[in-house]
Design a binder for this molecule. Structure first.
Ligand SMILES: [Zn+2]
Ligand SMILES: [Zn+2]
Length: 344
């Protein structure tokens, strides 16, 4: 779909097959640089062997596992921000071998001038922006919490994690009041366990708890502790714990943060909550998101005013399709990852 329009712009969007015959995650953008050379930038995908032919560049937008930095980080052709590289190294205990850049940075790489802009999704998360030889502007956002620093573009490659306009859970505002109420009602009476992912959401909870004035210790597993100490300024008293050991002691901190799938292992003396906008857990959810909701995605598209939008994430489920369809009904040209027919 719209491939002739993209071809006129000098852009070829494709996906790659892996060695097992499946399709590698996400997509790649092929274009000509100012020097007229053909370049391929792979977006949030896993590494290809040199036998298969590597892309010129692996863009890693942030350190969440579904963006495959764990795999691409050991290629010298990868690029991400310094913070994303540190987060990948902490999470995966291997050295990042690619190029590290700043946020709001501009750098020449493989003969292409690439800019980075913040998207406020996790520590280090960023969008990549560049132009091809025709001056066509390409913007790859990764996951986005806040689109205010994104530029106008011609081709927008973006996420649609909450992109289903007919799904009530795709409309939300961050619910700080709810966290305040939970703290007020429980501290001194009950211990609290917040279910939150190690990277991103956990740092956000700590920032919110400190912001609303909670000064006590906050316990978390060792990886979360390492990431939070690294990325949250003024994180206060953090206690690294072994989740299983802590469950058997009575000396737990008043507040603990554990991965959502570990909440069931937490003792019944804890009040349990999950920080999520998805209704998939058997615990009360607190609507705190590190993504735009469907209205925010609409505002981003309007602001960036692309000729063509490609929704490439999440990798599974039908939200990219639903959001691309929604954009088409609003008069935009848009298609999703699953509609990409160029599989190399
Ligand atoms: Zn993410
Ligand atoms: Zn993601």
């Amino acid at each position: 779909m719209y491939t002739s329009k993209l071809a006129d712009m000098g852009i070829f969007i494709h996906r790659n097959r892996n060695l097992r015959g499946g399709i590698k995650p996400h997509l790649s953008v092929r274009f000509r640089s100012d020097e007229g050379k053909i370049k391929t930038f792979a977006v949030d995908t896993s590494r290809t062997t040199s036998k298969e032919g590597e892309p010129d560049l692996y863009l890693i937008t942030h350190a969440h596992s579904d963006h495959f930095g764990k795999s691409a980080m050991i290629s010298q052709n990868s690029v991400c921000t310094e913070e994303t590289a540190r987060a990948l190294e902490i999470r995966y205990k291997r050295e990042f071998l690619g190029k590290k850049v700043g946020i709001n940075d501009s750098f020449l790489i493989k003969g292409v001038n690439v800019k980075t802009c913040p998207v406020y999704h996790t520590a280090g998360s960023n969008a990549f922006f560049w132009e091809n030889e025709n001056g066509v502007r390409i913007l790859v956002t990764g996951d986005v919490k806040e689109a205010s620093d994104l530029p106008k573009c011609d081709v927008l490659i973006t996420e649609a994690n909450y992109g289903d306009p007919n799904e009530p859970s795709c409309y939300f505002n961050d619910d700080l009041e709810n966290i305040k109420r939970i703290i007020y009602e429980n501290i001194g009476y009950n211990k609290i366990a917040f279910g939150a992912y190690d990277f991103g959401k956990s740092q956000k909870v700590v920032e919110i708890l400190r912001y609303i004035g909670y000064k006590g210790p906050i316990a978390m597993n060792k990886i979360t502790y390492a990431l939070t100490s690294e990325f949250v300024e003024n994180a206060g008293d953090l206690v690294p714990i072994n989740v299983k050991e802590r469950m058997s002691t009575k000396k737990a901190a008043d507040i603990s943060i554990v991965p959502p799938n570990k909440l069931t292992a937490v003792g019944s003396n804890f009040k349990k909550y999950v920080l999520t906008c998805r209704d998939i857990y058997p615990y009360p959810s607190i609507r705190i998101s590190d993504h735009l909701d469907v209205r925010g995605l609409d505002e981003m598209v309007k602001k960036c005013s692309p000729e063509v939008t490609i929704t490439y994430h999440p990798n599974t489920g039908d939200r990219p399709e639903k959001y691309a369809q929604h954009l088409r009904t609003k008069g935009y040209d848009a298609f999703s990852l699953s509609e990409i027919k160029n599989i190399l």
